[in-house]
Design a protein around this ligand. Structure first.
Ligand code: SF4
Ligand code: SF4
Length: 111
């Protein structure tokens, strides 16, 4: 039998990509990207006082954007949402450590 001209290779197990250890603690930077809580139809299910705050902010949204204001509900002291239980669905779906999260953290040099 002809010997195999190629040396036998040892295949090391492929390791999963290293995941950045990401935590929202002390971050909150994605909440500075929008000035008004981004509700769609689900706004009908939050308390009326919070709905009023959102509708009022929408009236001046262009100015808030021009002034680069964070979300009206973002608390800069805690860097957290002050109405977390009533936050919009899109905020609930924003994945910590996901592509958008990492892009945003990179943009603001939060590593
Ligand atoms: S989802 Fe990402 S960008 Fe947003 S607060 Fe958490 S770690 Fe920061
Ligand atoms: S999580 Fe709260 S503070 Fe952050 S964008 Fe959503 S509504 Fe605003």
């Amino acid at each position: 039998m002809t010997p195999d001209p190629q040396p036998s290779q040892t295949h090391l197990p492929v390791l999963p990509e290293t995941q950045l250890a990401v935590s929202c603690e002390g971050c909150g930077i994605c909440c500075t990207e929008v000035p008004v809580p981004p509700y769609l139809d689900e706004i009908d299910f939050i308390p009326e006082e919070l709905q009023r705050q959102v509708y009022e902010a929408r009236l001046i949204e262009e100015q808030l954007i021009a002034d680069k204001r964070p979300c009206i509900w973002w608390d800069p002291a805690t860097k957290k949402c002050s109405h977390y239980e009533d936050r919009p669905n899109i905020c609930r779906e924003y994945e910590t450590g996901g592509e958008l999260c990492l892009e945003t953290r990179t943009k603001y040099r939060i590593v």
